[in-house]
Write a protein that binds this ligand. Structure first.
Ligand code: DOR
Ligand code: ZN
Length: 434
């Protein structure tokens, strides 16, 4: 064996057991001994979790690297216990064809600290899936009419891909915005993109394809209800919730104003509650950060001008571990939502669990080490956080494929992270590259 992780409280098979983890060639080779290893790491007293799989990040690279790049984004991920990220295609240029996909892949391979997938945008679907895109999306439904969306979903279905849907109906939003243009109260952002816009777009997406659909950052109780009913009716639909739709609501505009502009927008505290319930029950199977960094000077503009999006990749797992401590959610549901379910949704077979044969992507946590979220300690180029001052439990150390990638500092060279191509990439191409 290469490495023994000795004496930790290991989360496996839905519960915590004191156990040694034995690692060989980056994979978990055995759980429990006796074996012999070249090296060991004593982690007595620490909780050992599978690394989080964040299937929704916007790392802004290429095109807007002043907001984030692959190195800063993936370092933030590692520091927050995220060992795999799935980057969204709305970079500049957008990842809508093979050439843009390959260009981003080169950059990410050079600079990422954690493992990663790239999603493809609403362009040449077949080509993107052939290159290895993990999914097609997030598909911004508010940017397209029904015909365009139908056609796109048909193409994704035809190529056996997974569409991931940003569900907000454009027509509803434009109609609401018309009457509100003069208003400057940041809450106008939530009112101009009402819950009905999300509900309409979820219903539409479910009606336009009969195949698998994934709903991104679910934000309303009404949307959740639609998904529950669809599941009951046998539809293959999965959903993710973002930390901000659990932990923040419209009242928070009073303190943080335009900084909290995000799409879908913040909702009411009863939506927070419904989403927590949905997450606990497993009707919402996954958490994803929707990490969407913008700089403070950009966020500070008036509400109609400020860009939408909140940073979150580094704080998602730490805030959830504090929610576990506060009994808001059981540990097994939190780990499932952060790691196991997202890996399953994207078919990432080596990820999301502590089990023999899986990649040794591990997060070591001292559960007594509660601390405040403070922007200056975070690693994103965003340089601010909507959770300033909240209590969180940050990991002590993060490991990807058996290598420590973060232990308070970056512990590996940028470019250590590997690409996990989606199932659509042809075997011949993989051979060619190898
Ligand atoms: O608020 C958002 N910002 N929502 C999205 O869906 C995209 C994101 C971004 O890229 O800034
Ligand atoms: Zn997004």
């Amino acid at each position: 064996m290469d490495l023994q992780i000795r004496g930790g409280r290991v989360f496996m098979g839905k519960r915590v057991q004191v156990m040694d983890i034995w690692i060989k060639d980056g994979r978990i080779a055995a759980l429990g001994g006796p074996h012999v290893a070249d090296d060991h790491l004593d982690v007595a007293g620490l909780l050992v979790l599978p690394g989080a799989v964040d299937i929704h990040v916007h790392f802004r690279d290429p095109g807007q690297t002043h907001k984030e790049d692959w190195e800063t984004g993936s370092l933030a991920a590692a520091a927050g216990g995220v060992t795999t990220v799935v980057d969204q295609p709305n970079t500049l240029p957008a990842v809508n064809d093979a050439s843009a996909y390959r260009d981003k892949l080169i950059t990410a391979r050079r600079h990422s600290i954690v493992d990663f997938c790239l999603n493809g945008g609403p362009g040449n679907v077949q080509e993107l899936l052939g290159e290895g895109a993990a999914a097609i999306g997030e598909i911004f439904t508010y940017e397209m009419g029904e015909e365009r969306l139908r056609d796109l979903l048909f193409q994704v279905e035809d190529a056996d891909g997974l569409p991931t849907i940003h569900a907000e109906d454009g027509w509803t939003i434009r109609r609401c915005e018309e009457g509100m243009r003069g208003q400057q109260d940041p809450d106008v952002h939530s009112r101009s993109r009402p819950p009905q816009a999300e509900e309409a777009a979820i219903a539409q997406a479910l009606s336009l394809t009969q195949k698998r659909v994934h709903i991104c950052h679910l934000s309303t109780s009404g949307g959740l209800e639609l998904i529950r009913r669809a599941k009951k009716a046998g539809r293959a639909v999965t959903a993710e919730v973002a930390p901000h739709h659990l932990l923040l609501n419209r009242r928070d505009y009073r303190k943080q104003g335009t900084f909290l502009k995000v799409n879908p927008p913040l909702r009411s505290s009863s939506d927070n509650q419904a989403l927590w319930d949905g997450l606990r029950r497993g009707d919402i199977e996954a958490m994803a950060s929707d990490h969407a960094p913008h700089l403070p000077e950009e966020k500070r503009q008036e509400i109609w001008e400020a860009p939408s999006g909140l940073p979150g990749v580094e704080t998602m797992l730490p805030l959830m571990l504090d929610a576990v401590r506060a009994n808001r959610i059981p540990l097994d549901r939190a780990v499932d939502a952060l790691s196991t379910a997202p890996a399953r949704i994207l078919g990432l077979k080596g990820k999301g669990e502590i089990a023999v044969g899986k990649d040794a992507d591990l997060v070591l946590v001292d559960t007594r080490a509660r601390s405040e979220v403070l922007a200056y300690r975070l690693h994103s180029r965003a340089d601010w956080t909507p959770y300033q001052g909240r209590t969180a439990i940050f990991p002590r150390l993060t490991m990807v494929r058996g290598e420590v990638v973060f232990d308070g500092d970056m512990a590996v060279r940028p470019g250590y992270g590997q690409n996990l191509p989606g199932p659509g990439r042809s075997a011949s191409r993989v051979r060619e590259e190898d």
